[in-house]
Write a protein that binds this ligand. Structure first.
Ligand SMILES: [Zn+2]
Length: 102
């Protein structure tokens, strides 16, 4: 059977560039893909089409990073809340100076 031509098709962050001459596990068709982040990845047709692989791996890395930074985001929101309180309580003159790293 002729392999499906997926050249130029987009799967998540991956764009199928060209069919690879070699086959993967279980004789799977492999595609060279270009990720939005600029990396290349070789992914089998099935993983692309069923959505199990949607990036070179950067998506997973970013998701992990985002989870890790949730605490920092909470800190930033707290700071903004404190600044708002300072502003309404008459300390508007200091609103841009008390942004410390606590
Ligand atoms: Zn990537």
């Amino acid at each position: 059977m002729k392999p499906l031509d997926m050249t130029g098709q987009r799967y998540g962050r991956l764009m199928a560039l060209r069919l690879q001459p070699e086959r993967g596990l279980q004789n799977k068709t492999l595609w060279l893909c270009r990720c939005d982040c600029g990396c290349d990845a070789v992914v089998d047709t099935q993983s692309l089409r069923n959505g199990s692989t949607r990036s070179c791996g950067c998506l997973q890395r970013e998701t992990r990073h985002f989870r890790g930074s949730a605490t920092n985001m909470a800190k930033v929101r707290t700071k903004i809340a404190k600044r708002s309180i300072a502003a309404v309580s008459g300390h508007s003159g200091t609103i841009d100076t008390d942004w410390d790293d606590a």
